[in-house]
Design a protein around this ligand. Structure first.
Ligand SMILES: C[S@@+](CC[C@H](N)C(=O)[O-])C[C@H]1O[C@@H](n2cnc3c(N)ncnc32)[C@H](O)[C@@H]1O
Length: 348
């Protein structure tokens, strides 16, 4: 795979590097803000699941914490399990959003006050099993909602990634208990082919007497009968809003490297390859890179696969006998494309 192929396939990935964003997700928050003005009047913001930090960069830029003389006027706290490289004007916490201690730490950075806005672009590690991935994503969203009930002030806003999958109506119903308005936003930079979308919730008003807790029951067993089968006016619906310039770049399309080929609007644009803005600080594939550097990758990789097949009681040409062995085998495999991409960035 050539160095430029992802630039061709993913225009927002390319633009992110050109404009200095750490991840293409920056455009999603920018387009949501353009549509909903969620950053207007915000002085305290929390970015949950923030690494590598493109949403924090957007917050920092739009809340102006990055400009000199403005330090301290707005406060931004970013939380992630992973370490993040510093961003000017953003306080970083390494923590788990499912822990109440993380909520307390956030509040301590706001001098005991609560936030005007909480955003969460959290995503668990993808397993490739769609039903499981959807379930994990919805659990993370509910964890984000739980921690938000500790740190968000009345009338504040909440934006979070959601998968428009089987349980989405229950999630909307739960969010509607806490917010006056709930929208489902699909930014142009989020691929149409993906079920990813973002809930934009405004006007935080928890039910009377509600005590914030991390232990709220999430999905109930009878969900399908109780909530998902409702019809007519009883069915929970939220407005669906497409955001971003609808005639702007299409995230599902492949573009030529030289955009001037598209016509006069891009006259003078000349493609130049750029490395990613911020390579991951503690990538999971670090070990593979080290092995590759010392030419041990193939040997260790091959022996691990062999060992896994042996344990599962099958030969390397057959499928393993049990599914746990499949998982183990999958984790032993290294995606060469990913490896090569990052090797070129990190090892030069
Ligand atoms: C898609 S990335 C976020 C990208 C980020 N919004 C940006 O713009 O750079 C998802 C992040 O969620 C984080 N995450 C997943 N579960 C978490 C948890 N329980 N607590 C904190 N962070 C979590 C992961 O570590 C990962 O960095």
């Amino acid at each position: 795979m050539g160095k430029t192929s992802k630039d061709k396939r993913d225009i927002y990935y390319r633009l992110a590097k050109e404009e200095g964003w750490r991840a293409r997700s920056a455009f999603k928050l920018l387009q949501i803000d353009d549509e909903f003005k969620i950053l207007e009047g915000v002085t305290k913001a929390v970015d949950l699941c923030a690494a590598p930090g493109s949403w924090s960069q957007v917050l920092s830029q739009r809340l102006n914490t990055a400009s000199e003389g403005n330090e301290g006027k707005s406060k931004i706290v970013a939380v992630d399990l992973q370490p993040m490289s510093p961003i000017f004007g953003v306080t970083q916490l390494r923590g788990d959003i499912t822990e109440v201690s993380t909520a307390n730490e956030i509040i301590s950075h706001f001098d005991g006050e609560k936030a005007d806005l909480v955003v969460c672009d959290g995503a668990p590690d993808v397993t490739g099993l769609h039903a499981l991935d959807e379930y994990l994503q919805s659990q993370l969203l509910l964890a984000a909602l739980n921690i938000t009930t500790h740190v968000l002030k009345d009338n504040g806003s909440f934006v979070a990634k959601i998968f428009r999958a089987r349980h989405v109506t229950l999630l909307y119903a739960q969010l509607k208990c806490f917010f006056k308005e709930v929208f489902c936003a699909k930014p142009k930079s989020s691929r149409q082919s993906s079920c990813e979308a973002f809930v934009v919730c405004r006007g935080y008003c928890p039910p009377e007497g509600y005590v914030p807790t991390m232990k709220n029951p999430l999905f109930c067993d009878d969900y399908d009968e109780e909530v998902n089968q409702l019809t007519g006016p009883n069915k929970v619906l939220v407005p669906f809003v497409a955001c971003g310039d609808l005639s702007g770049f299409d995230s599902d399309r492949t573009y030529p490297l030289d955009l001037s080929e598209l016509g006069d609007a891009f006259k003078g644009h000349h493609y130049q390859y750029r490395p990613v803005v911020q390579p991951p600080t503690e990538p999971a594939y670090k070990k593979a890179l080290e092995l590759k550097k010392t030419d041990r990758l193939e040997k260790e990789h091959a022996s691990k696969v062999k060992e896994t097949y042996a344990k599962s009681g099958s030969s390397a040409n057959n499928r393993p006998a049990d599914s746990s062995a499949v998982d183990e085998r999958a984790s032993a495999l290294v995606d060469e494309d990913v490896l090569e991409g990052f090797a070129s960035v990190i090892l030069g």
